[in-house]
Design a protein around this ligand. Structure first.
Ligand code: ADP
Ligand code: MG
Length: 243
């Protein structure tokens, strides 16, 4: 008879992300992450800040299992990402939404199709797609723009489409790597307010940003990286200036 494996008690309650002594070295250069310990609970909102080159995108890529760690332990949503089988990665990623600085929309498809595409990948029925896509587009404030192509939209609108696409499959965790990096202050605030609203509805949200003003105003948990090391991790934190 199979014996049930006993689970290690998590370091924090309702832990959804656990990085223990994680290092990541690329084949060239100094290690991008060094001995990182990061524990995130289900439902948290976390900013990741730090200078360019401090390892923020590397961290996001490890969480997505786009990269593997060099040493340590990483568990996301119960998946041990050093051990996960290749054929299980799509199922793992199904529970992650991701947004990038450069939107990454399908340029030849309209708004509706860009969002519907995410649902088709996970084989949602047309009936469900027709219900889910309009509903998420309404949430991001694009109810009137179904037929527009990305080039016909402003940067802020394009990022809302990307956000709708990331959210339509109802991910457990939303990862955003500098989502406001190409936006003006007004659109940046609108995207951040949407991320906050999504978090209030239960999604765990992790946002990499350089936007000092927004980080300081929003009073969320702030994790600061410097040259691959977490130098600060504070509840209701602020943006730490590099010396
Ligand atoms: P950030 O997102 O904070 O700007 P990155 O995680 O992109 O930082 O990069 C961290 C460090 O790793 C930098 O020194 C960068 O040059 C290096 N790096 C990133 N990607 C690669 C790669 N594919 N190969 C080699 N070095 C890389
Ligand atoms: Mg980066």
């Amino acid at each position: 008879m199979a014996v049930k494996k006993r689970r290690k008690a998590p370091a924090v309650e309702n832990e959804i992300i656990n990085l223990t002594n994680v290092s990541k070295a690329y084949s060239t250069g100094a290690p991008a992450l060094k001995d990182v310990n990061l524990h995130i609970s289900r439902g948290e909102f976390v900013f990741i800040v730090g200078d360019s080159g401090s390892g923020k995108s590397t961290l996001i890529k490890l969480l997505l299992r786009e990269l593997t760690i060099s040493s340590g332990y990483i568990n996301v949503m119960g998946y041990d990402l050093s051990k996960i089988k290749h054929r299980k990665i799509p199922k793992f990623r199904r529970n992650l939404g991701i947004v990038f600085q450069d939107f990454r929309l399908l340029k030849d498809r309209n708004v509706y199709e860009n969002v519907a595409f995410a649902q088709r990948i996970i084989q949602k029925s047309n009936k469900e797609i027709k219900k889910n896509v309009p509903s998420i587009l309404a949430i991001v404030g694009l109810a009137g723009k179904y037929k527009a192509k990305p080039r016909q939209l402003s940067g802020g609108e394009q990022q809302r489409v990307a956000l709708a696409r990331a959210l339509v499959n109802q991910p457990t965790i939303l990862l955003a790597d500098e989502p406001t990096g190409n936006l003006d202050p007004k659109n940046s605030w609108e995207i951040m307010k949407l991320l906050e609203q999504i978090n209030e509805n239960g999604t765990t949200v992790i946002v990499v940003t350089h936007n000092r003003e927004i980080v300081n105003a929003m009073q969320k948990r702030v994790v600061t990286l410097r040259r691959g090391v977490i130098i600060s991790d504070e509840e209701k934190g602020g943006y730490i200036d590099e010396d």
